[in-house]
Ligand binder design. Structure first.
Ligand SMILES: NC(=O)c1ccc[n+]([C@@H]2O[C@H](COP(=O)([O-])OP(=O)(O)OC[C@H]3O[C@@H](n4cnc5c(N)ncnc54)[C@H](O)[C@@H]3O)[C@@H](O)[C@H]2O)c1
Length: 342
């Protein structure tokens, strides 16, 4: 069930067995992975042409980026070489940015191993690293030559990271696909679900459809992928990227943004209905402790989607549809969050 992204000159997301995924990886170019994957799959990696970064978001830094560039050049990566990114979203974003910039761009292949990377970060061509000014601030659009996707990798993924990825799966259902929403509500999707691959493939094709409609983020369509992310990113920044996983932050963000849409009269969806789905998957629907709402709304005011006065938020209007709304009153947002979280 391959999924083509970007038309004739685009690339395929190929659904493979784990054996087929490894085929040829160690024979050409340079493989980049993280320390966790390296220790679990050490027999699959060759010892040559391999770069191993520390697992975790802190590796998406300028220091690690320059060190990886140095290592791939020392390993002899040429202009016609290939970078293989074997890992979650951190490896994919960093390795993809290395591939986008070394020799002014070499080919790369994404081999996503986390649920989040399979359904989201490996498709769409956004690559980059974090700076002290914020997340993903240095980056590029650089499409992979191919995405090799094997859901077998999920068997070794820690359960909290499976749950983390489920937040993005649930997001797709609210913004685009009511049938998927009904499926996710009817029975908890788990590693054992017979339709796991089908659900992953559905998410990949939704991401493909959205990205193809607005590759360079010009028309605002791609912004619908940010449902829950304006509040979610602000919560992550307040947390300092220490405790909260991205999926947890955006789950709380989606409930909050559903409540904002309801108060603004943009949607009739009861935010409790949104919260129930996240509850089913063990995702948080409100922050654990007290949140400084002045600071949170200030952080939201710095979001790059904002145009003109007020906030720009991607809000679900009816289940399965989402639109970017401009000029949302910050005071109203603060009052909604105060009612929801206190
Ligand atoms: N480029 C994009 O469009 C895009 C979209 C969404 C998120 N992202 C980025 O993705 C990153 C988050 O991705 P993530 O959640 O995959 O985080 P991650 O890459 O840190 O992976 C999560 C953890 O799971 C481990 N892991 C991954 N696959 C495994 C496996 N099969 N078996 C055992 N352990 C495994 C990793 O070592 C890590 O400890 C963030 O940096 C975010 O900014 C990018």
């Amino acid at each position: 069930m391959d999924i083509k992204v970007g038309g004739a000159s685009g690339y395929d997301v190929r659904f493979l067995s784990s054996d087929a995924t490894w085929d040829g990886i160690n024979r050409s170019g340079v493989v980049i992975t993280d320390s966790n994957l390296h220790s679990i799959y050490k027999d699959c990696f060759s010892t040559e042409s391999l770069v191993v970064i520390e697992a975790g978001e802190s590796s998406k830094s300028s220091e690690v980026y320059l060190s990886v560039v140095d290592q791939v050049l020392s390993l002899g990566l040429k202009r016609n070489g290939v970078v293989w990114a074997v890992g979650g979203g951190v490896v994919g974003d960093l390795a993809g940015f290395v591939a986008a910039t070394v020799h002014r761009g070499v080919e790369f292949v994404q081999v996503p191993t986390s649920l989040l990377a399979m359904v989201d970060s490996s498709v769409g061509g956004k690559v980059g690293i974090d700076l002290r000014h914020g997340k993903n601030l240095l980056g590029a659009f650089h499409n992979p030559k191919e995405v090799r996707l094997s859901t077998d990798f999920l068997n070794t993924l820690p359960p909290e990271h499976f749950t983390n990825g489920m937040a993005e799966v649930i997001k797709y259902s609210w913004i685009w696909d009511v049938a998927l929403l009904d499926r996710l509500k009817a029975e908890r999707l788990t590693l054992e679900s017979s339709d796991l691959r089908e659900v992953v493939a559905r998410c990949v094709s939704i991401k493909r459809d959205v990205v193809e409609a607005d590759f360079g983020e010009k028309s605002g369509i791609r912004a619908i992928l940010n449902f829950g992310h304006t509040v979610g990113h602000a919560l992550e920044t307040l947390d300092g990227y220490t405790e909260l996983l991205h999926g947890e932050a955006i789950a709380m963000g989606m409930v909050a943004e559903a409540a904002i849409a309801y108060r603004a009269g943009i949607s009739q969806i009861d935010p409790l209905e949104v919260a129930e789905v996240f509850d089913l998957y063990g995702l948080p629907v409100r922050p654990k402790g007290q949140v400084d709402l002045n600071l949170l709304v200030d952080l939201m005011m710095g979001d790059k989607k904002n145009i003109g006065d007020g906030l720009s938020l991607s809000l679900v209007t009816v289940p399965g549809e989402c639109k970017l709304c401009h000029g949302v009153e910050p005071d109203m947002v603060q009052s909604v969050l105060a009612d929801l979280w206190t």
